[in-house]
Design a protein around this ligand. Sequence first.
Ligand code: WTA
Length: 649
Amino acid sequence: MSNTIDNLLHEARRFAPSEQFAANAVATADLYERASADRLGFWADQARELLHWHTPFTSTLDWSNPPFATWFDDGALNVAYNCLDRHVLAGNGDRVAIHWEGEPGDTRTITYAELTAEVKKAANLLTALGVRAGDRVAIYLPMIPEAVIAMLAVARLGAVHSVVFGGFSAESLRSRIDDAEAKLVITADGGWRKGRVFPLKDAVDAALQGGDTTVEHVLVVKRGENEVAWTEGRDLWWHDEIALVDADHVAAAFPAENPLFILYTSGTTGKPKGILHTSGGYLTQAAFTHKNVFDLRPESDVYWCSADVGWITGHTYVVYGPLANGATQVLYEGTPETPHPGRWWELIEKYKVSIFYTAPTAIRSFMKLGRQHPQKFDLSSLRVLGSVGEPINPEAWMWYREVIGGGETPIVDTWWQTETGAIMVSALPGVTTLKPGSAQVPLPGISIDILDEAGVPVGKDQGGLLVVTEPWPSMLRGIWGDPERFKETYWSKFGDKYFAGDGARYDKDGEIWLLGRVDDVMNVSGHRLSTAEIESALVAHPLTAEAAVVGAADETTGQAVVAFVIIKQNQLEYAESIDVAAELRKHVSEQIGAIARPREIFIVNELPKTRSGKIMRRLLRDVAEGREVGDTTTLADTAVMSSIQSKLS
Ligand code: WTA
C-alpha cells in the first residue's frame, strides 16, 4: 500500500482549466471566499437561491445537540414540487427531463410537464393505497422512468422511500422492508439486463412469503412482460391503478427536517445501516453540488449519470440534484456492454451528452476493452466528466480524459458517501488546476480535515483519517431506529467531528488524496460491501464452520471479495463430492446479491487468529493478493499461515 501511495504522490501531471472554460464557468473562485467569510450565511443563500420554500426559514443550523443537526428547521418545502412543478410554472414544461433508453433499444422522452403529471397521478395512487406523510415505501425497480416517478411521488406526500437496488436478493430486500416497516412495495415484473429479463416480482414474493409483514400492497410496473405469480388483494398492477386516479395533485409543504429517504449501506457489522436523509438541507446541497461541480447549464446541457437509483449516487445525481436544477438527462436501463461494447458511447453520441458522471471501475473495464469502441462514436459533445465511488488511479484518469474527453474535458473526482448525501471534496472545473488521482479540495462551505489517531490534524505531506469538522446541509440525520449506532459509528472517535472511515493524505500543496477504507468495509466496483455481512452469509450455510472475508486488490473492480472457509468436520466427506466453492458463491448471491459473490473461495483447515481470537485479515489479504505473508508474530499459532499456503499451492 505505502508503495502505491508514494507513486501517487509523485504524480506530477497538472491540468489547468482552459481560458475559455474558466471565463464561462458556472462556479467561480468567489464561492470559496463567500463561504469562508460566512459559512452558514453561504448555505442559507444557496438554500434560498436554489429552492422554492413554501415557508421561508429563519434559522440555518442548529447544532446544540450534537451529533443531531437540523438545517433550515423552521422552513417548509415540498421536495417534489422543487423538482417538478416549479419548472413547469417557470415556463420550462416542454424541456426534456428524461431521455430514457431501455436495454433492448426502446425509448421514452419525458418532458418536465409530463413528468410532473405522472408524479401527480402516482401521488394520488399512493394516497389511495393509504400512504401518508412519514410512512415508508420500499422501491425495488429496474432503471425505468417509474423508478424516478415512484421516488418523487413518495417525496411529494412527505413519505419516506427506501430504494433497494434490484441486484439485491429477496433476503436482503426482506431485511430492509422489515427494518423500515414499509407498508408498500413498488416493483416491476422484471427488467432488462445483459440481454435478458431478470425477475423482480419473484424476489418480492419470496421476500414476503409466509406473511407476518408490515407490507399491505405490492404495486407492480409492467416492464419485463415475464410471468408473475399474483396474490389477490395484495398485488396491484401500476398501469391498472394509475388509470383510475385523479390527474390533479397539490403538493403540500413539509418541514425542512421531514425525512425524505432511508438508504441501506454496509457497515462494519453484519447488519446494513439505514442511513436517514431529510428534505431541505439534503436538497440544497444536492442542487448546489450538481450545478457547480458539473458546471451545469440546464437550458443547453444533456447530463448523464450512469449510476443505478438503488445507490446514493442515483438518489442525489440522477433524481434530486438534476431535477431540482431543471436539467435534461439520460436514463439508461441496461449494462454498458449490451448488445455491444460501445453501447454507452453510442448513447452519448445519440443524445449529445455534455456532462457524464461514472465510476472508475467502469472506466477501467472500458480501458481493458480498448479505445476502438469509444472511437467509433462522436463524443465531441462532452465537456465535463466526473468520477465517483473509489479513488481513480492516474492511468484511468488519463485514459478517461484522452479517449472519452478528447484530451480536453475537465475531470472532477468527487469524494462523498451515502452518509454525506452529496459531494464533499472535488475540484471545481473552471477554477481548480486538476491533478489526476486526487479528489483535491473541500467544496465551498464544507470543512474537511485529516487527523492522526489521536485526533491531531496532520500537516502537508502527511496521512491520517478523513473527518468532516463542521456539520453540512446534506449530512445524514441518523441511522434508522438506532441512534446509538449512529453515535458510535461516526462520532465516538473524534467527538463532534464526523469520522468518515476513509484514510487520506495531504500532498505538498495541502490537497487531499483518498486512500481507501480503514475499516472492514470493502469497495467492489464502487459498491460498499461489509466483510462481516458476507462472513455471516457464509457461516449460515450448513457446510461452513467458519469464514473470513477480505477485500483483495483487483485491477478492474478496485477490490474483489475473497473468502477463506473452514468446512465442518462432519461435512468433509460430502464436501469432497461437490463443487463447494460454486455452492457457497451461489449461496452468497442468494443471501445478499450477486455483487457480494466472492471472486474466490479458499477452503482451509484453520484461520490466522491473534491470541484474543481476532482474525488477522491483513495476513489473508497478503495470501489473496499473492504477496509474501507479513509479520505473523502476533498469531496464536504461527504455523497456521504455512498450513493455509500449503493448501493453496
Ligand atoms: C469511497 C458513494 C475515493 C470512499 C458516493 C467512501 C471514494 C465510499 C470516492 C462511499 C472518491 C467514494 N475517491 N474514494 N472520489 N468516492 N469513495 O456510500 O471509501 O457507496 O467512504 O457512496 O466510497 O461509498 P458510498
